[in-house]
Design a protein around this ligand. Structure first.
Ligand SMILES: C[S@@+](CC[C@H](N)C(=O)[O-])C[C@H]1O[C@@H](n2cnc3c(N)ncnc32)[C@H](O)[C@@H]1O
Length: 236
């Protein structure tokens, strides 16, 4: 207690040494401190996604299409690689048979799901309102040899998802931000207990974050390595 009080007292004292420093010295100290704050020694760097090493020719084909899309700018508002990997890991870990994605774009995140679904034997239903992007996604799924495990549904997902049936193992919401709450309301009842609801760019959807964190039936963590992913478990 004494130690704390003494420190507070020194900082507030009018004759504390820092007040006698010349402006140039203060600037030098602040500059040094900010350089030190920016420095991260070995072991403190944020972890980057490790390269995905294919286990089969089929995986290699999917990964090469992902790589080509990223390098050629063939993506549109797609998840970063770190989040793509997270989608794959979560989906495979949940042994998902049924995955629903809102916001296909050109199929980049869809292909990460397919890496998992090859192993689980599951299926992806992905919803896209833009015809050209939906066509490009279909083409990318064909190139990657996964077209049989994906259905691209064109149209406004707010209406189209009414056709979905339970049980869904994994939902991924990555479309119109103002629609996240509506997607949650409509899809959560279809997710099986123990299933996952994932939502991208969570920094942009505070109302969604409030809804998933205030619900006793749900448990949510935030994975912020990429674009910000809320990972919500529907409790059993
Ligand atoms: C952020 S991008 C999706 C990126 C994709 N998940 C990926 O990582 O490759 C959002 C997509 O949602 C689509 N979208 C927006 N509103 C929609 C709606 N109401 N129904 C279906 N798709 C919608 C947009 O056309 C856009 O292609």
């Amino acid at each position: 207690m004494n130690f704390v009080r003494r420190n507070v007292g020194n900082a507030m004292r009018p004759n504390a040494p820092v007040r006698n420093l010349r402006p140039a010295a203060v600037i030098a100290i602040l500059l040094g401190a900010s350089l030190l704050a920016g420095f991260q020694g070995p072991g403190t760097e944020p972890h980057r996604p490790s390269p995905s090493l294919p286990r089969s020719p089929e995986e290699k084909t999917i990964l090469s299409v992902l790589d080509a899309m990223a390098k050629s700018g063939g993506t549109y508002l797609s998840v970063p690689e770190a989040d793509g990997k997270a989608l794959r890991v979560l989906t495979e870990g949940a042994n998902a048979q049924s995955v629903v994605e809102i916001g296909t774009s050109t199929g980049y995140s869809g292909l990460w799901f397919c890496l998992a679904l090859r192993d689980t034997g599951g299926h992806l239903a992905t919803f896209e309102i833009d015809h050209e992007r939906a066509e490009t996604a279909r083409e990318n799924f064909r190139k990657a040899g996964v077209e049989k495990m994906v259905t691209v549904v064109e149209g406004d997902a707010h209406q189209q998802i009414a056709k979905l049936k339970a049980p869904i193992d994994v939902v991924f919401i990555d479309a119109d931000k103002s629609g996240y709450l509506d997607y949650l309301k409509k899809l959560e009842p279809l997710v099986r207990p123990g299933g996952l609801i994932l939502a991208h760019n969570v920094d942009m959807v505070p109302d969604y974050v409030r809804a998933v964190t205030a619900n006793r039936d749900l448990e949510t963590i935030f994975y912020m390595q990429g674009g910000g992913l809320a990972v919500t478990l529907k409790k059993k």
